[in-house]
Design a protein around this ligand. Structure first.
Ligand code: TXA
Ligand code: MG
Length: 357
């Protein structure tokens, strides 16, 4: 019964104070807005508090959580005391924090095992949403927060999505309005000995934006003139490639509404000789109501708008009583990379469409 929830106004200090007391005194998870998606937060340094996040979401225990900090000094507090932050991370932090970028750090004895799911690394980000920042700062300690959805469902981008999904299970949902980015943060691992950055999950910060920070020769120390050899390599861990590193969470079916989602991709041209698909017909039952999500997602030339609306579209159409959701593919550049990553996981199947007809 969501009427028993305090769906608080984030603009009042008293609702933030109430939320921080609930987190600290009762170790209860609460939902709060971030610029990417809504999070389900609990004290990151308390193992019992973190376990309640897993229980509320029905999340597999082997999928680690992201730790959210509100300041660099809070980050410092949770890192191993003698750890030196690599230059690549300093560059990324200066460019993208606060914001939709998560970095892997070596874990420390302060981080409960439930957070890292036993991994030697801990994922950390500094969100930019003022309500998220204020809540963490009021707690004066980091919050572990996955997206505030039942495991396997699309991530919530509005307080109403959280209320519909988890309303019976949590007592505070801070409403910060619709999420600005709409997709989760980009998860980057720069800890490998080769110094390369690996994008484990595409997200709100695009690979193109990261690449711009590390142009060929940017690491040139002046003694080596081979600019190419010095360029920062950015590997994308495409989770279709089994050998590639990826986040533990990527192996689970994800982002799936309760009705089937079909991804529509353009029919390859005749020159794509090794694949000769035939046009599939759409489901035959004429009584089905078919919702076409692409109509709500804006223009193909503004992928950041599509990103902002994708999960809202899936959740709203799911709730509207549609029997099937069709999503048109977008180009896999900029935000399109993360969009297609999420849509592929949401979609049970892919069909060819002939866009020229
Ligand atoms: O934008 C976001 O990142 C949102 C908001 C709430 O901050 N949070 C979010 O959390 O998306 P979640 O739990 O839904 O996704 C966290 C992802 C998972 O794919 C998880 O496997 C990965 O981060 N992850 C967490 N810790 C990791 C680690 N130590 N190594 C590799 N991947 C890790
Ligand atoms: Mg999630």
């Amino acid at each position: 019964d969501i009427n028993t929830n305090e769906i608080s106004s984030p603009s009042t200090l008293s609702s933030l104070v109430a939320a921080s007391l609930r987190l600290k005194n009762d170790l209860e998870p609460i939902a709060f807005p971030t610029e990417t998606v809504y999070g389900l937060g609990a004290l990151a340094l308390s193992n019992p508090a973190v376990l309640r996040i897993f229980a509320t979401k029905g999340r597999p225990a082997d999928n680690p959580l992201i730790v959210h900090v509100s300041s660099l000094s809070m980050l410092r507090r949770i890192l191993p005391p003698d750890y030196i932050v690599p230059q690549t991370y300093t560059t990324l932090i200066n460019a993208f924090w606060p914001g939709p970028l998560t970095l892997l750090f070596p874990s420390s004895s302060l981080i409960p095992p439930a957070v890292t799911a036993g991994h030697e690394t801990v994922a950390v980000r500094m969100p930019s949403h003022p309500v998220a920042r204020a809540l963490i700062a009021l707690c004066d300690e980091p919050l572990a927060a996955p997206s505030a959805n039942s495991s396997g469902k699309p991530s919530p981008t509005r307080a109403e999505h959280v209320a519909r999904d988890l309303g019976g299970k949590i007592s505070i949902i801070l409403d910060g309005g619709p999420a600005d980015v709409g997709l989760e943060s980009t998860v980057v691992d720069g800890l490998a000995p080769d110094g390369h950055l690996r994008v484990l999950r595409p997200g709100g910060v695009t690979v193109e934006d990261i690449q711009k920070l590390f142009p060929a020769g940017a690491k040139d120390n002046g003694t080596d003139t081979d600019a190419d050899a010095d360029a920062m390599e950015i590997d994308f861990a495409d989770d279709a490639m089994e050998a590639a590193p990826t986040t533990p969470g990527m192996k689970y079916r994800h982002y799936a509404p309760s009705v089937p989602v079909v991804l529509l991709v353009p029919l390859p041209t005749a020159s794509d000789s090794n694949s000769t698909p035939s046009l599939n017909s759409l489901p035959s039952a004429s009584s089905q109501r078919i919702a076409i999500l692409s109509h709500t997602l804006g223009s193909l030339s503004t992928p950041h708008i599509t990103a902002q609306r994708l999960f809202d579209g899936l959740l709203t159409l799911d709730d509207s009583g549609a029997d099937l959701i069709l999503v048109e593919s977008v180009e896999e550049s900029r935000e399109g990379l993360a969009i297609m990553n999420r849509v592929r996981k949401a979609a049970g199947e892919t069909r060819w469409i002939d866009l020229d007809r």
